[in-house]
Design a protein around this ligand. Structure first.
Ligand code: AMP
Length: 428
């Protein structure tokens, strides 16, 4: 036998039960929330020029330095499977001149993303995110609206007890001054830091707040805090965001050590976690990225957004698959059945009457067909053949067990006569 092939490490197949949950989350929960808030759907390519992520997400981040799936195409161009959605959305905003539209422009997306991380429970190499981006306004109400949307999405999905942490990274000269002060502080404690953090003091000092290493954590406990050194204007912006979250009854904790693994963030930064998820507790997160569009060659444009992991939402909600649609009819084929008539009825039930209908496709005995019909939850069984006339059929109501013989049917009327019985059976 040939060697068995498996899905690549860190990836998974989405089977029908799980697909139904995802569709429900996207179409019934997220879609209406986004539509109410004026967000339009956007789909960007699965791969982009590598430069988009290198420039947008930042060379110093784990995502860009270690985790990207990058390949050279036949035209010798470096391409990368998208590791995140914000940079592509900003690229599209610039490419399509969306700054000419009324601002802010609000966009949402959903789909697969790729990061070559070490797989573990809740951490995959291909995972799915649902995300929202709003560009062209720095109004704190836009931050609040975006965060409230994420909170309502988690509520709607049944994620209870999610924790929201929020901070502000500030901007401009205060942020640069803070970064310099933090580097000085880290250098003074270099021997106590993990190798990784010590090696990245110049590149990305803020990530030290995120370290799991005990020595680093002890150093960071006394490190200067960014939130204490942001400008008065950024502080006011942050306070306004918090006041609006209070008004929306969204609970949060201000976290002066919050950092995220992408370089483009400025000002508001937030993350939702759930203690139902174990080590990979992040359900979603985001923040402002007021410099990103400009960095990608567009006009200076503020923006804010977030992304949440679909697998993590479903795991935190412990969601159960919605019931599959039960067929109104299962068409059984007894000895001598006119298969063409049965097949034509199948299509009529679906296409004219809008019913879910199945036909026997595995050559089972009548007993086997009855069993198959109840396994799929069919409401009625339509039986052709078994000594009946060419178009005649029996319709058995699988709820009540009642069976009616329809005979003397013709090519002209059998669809309607049988459909009538099937419909009557649904109403019982
Ligand atoms: P990020 O784009 O890193 O801000 O991640 C946003 C959300 O996407 C996280 O809170 C997770 O829910 C989800 N996520 C990120 N990376 C992964 C991964 N490797 N596997 C599964 N979910 C992920």
């Amino acid at each position: 036998m040939a060697e068995k092939l498996q899905a690549p490490r860190g990836t998974f197949d989405v089977l029908p039960d799980n697909a139904a949950l995802r569709t429900q989350l996207i179409d019934q929960i997220a879609g209406p929330l986004f539509a109410q808030a004026g967000y339009g759907r956007i789909d960007t390519p699965i791969f982009e020029d590598t430069a988009l992520f290198a420039r947008g997400v930042g060379e110093s981040t784990d995502i860009v330095s270690k985790e990207m799936y990058t390949f050279t195409d036949q035209g010798d161009r470096s391409q990368t499977l998208r590791p995140e959605g914000t940079a592509p959305v900003c690229r599209a905003y610039v490419e399509h001149g969306m700054h000419k539209l009324p601002q802010p422009v609000k966009l949402w997306y959903e789909g697969p993303f790729f990061r070559q991380e070490a797989p573990q429970a809740g951490r995959y190499r291909q995972f799915f995110q649902i995300g929202a981006e709003a560009l062209g306004s720095d109004d704190p109400a836009l931050d609040a609206e975006s965060i409230v949307l994420a909170a309502r999405l988690l509520d709607g999905a049944g994620v209870t007890g999610a924790r929201l942490r929020i901070g502000s990274l500030g901007s401009g000269p205060e942020r640069a001054a803070y970064s310099a002060a933090l580097k000085t502080y880290l250098r003074a404690h270099e021997s106590e830091l993990s190798h990784d953090v010590a090696a990245r003091i110049d590149l990305n000092p803020l990530r030290a707040f995120d370290a799991k290493h005990e020595g680093t954590q002890a150093v960071m406990a006394n490190a200067p805090r960014l939130l204490e050194s942001i400008s008065a204007e950024d502080r006011e912006h942050f306070d306004e965001v918090l006041a609006l979250l209070d008004a929306a009854n969204v609970e949060y904790e201000v976290d002066t050590t919050l950092v995220r693994g992408l370089d483009y963030y400025t000002r508001t930064l937030f993350e939702f976690t759930s203690d139902k998820l174990g080590a990979q507790s992040g359900v979603g997160g985001g923040g402002r990225y007021d410099g990103l569009v400009e960095m990608l060659g567009g006009p200076a444009t503020p923006g804010i957004g977030w992304a949440a992991g679909i697998e993590r939402i479903l795991a935190a909600a412990e969601a159960e698959a919605p019931q599959a649609q039960h067929p109104a009819a299962y068409i059984a084929l007894d000895e001598g059945a006119d298969r063409a008539a049965a097949f034509a009825l199948l299509l009529k039930l679906r296409e004219v009457h809008g019913l879910a209908a199945q036909i026997e496709l595995a050559g089972r005995s009548m007993k086997g067909q009855l069993k198959a019909a109840s396994r799929v939850g069919a409401k009625s069984l339509v039986i052709f053949g078994g000594g009946r006339g060419q178009y005649d059929a029996a319709v058995k109501n699988l709820t009540t067990g009642e069976q009616i013989e329809l005979d003397g049917l013709t090519a002209g009327d059998y669809y309607d006569r049988i459909a009538e019985r099937v419909l009557a059976g649904i109403k019982v």
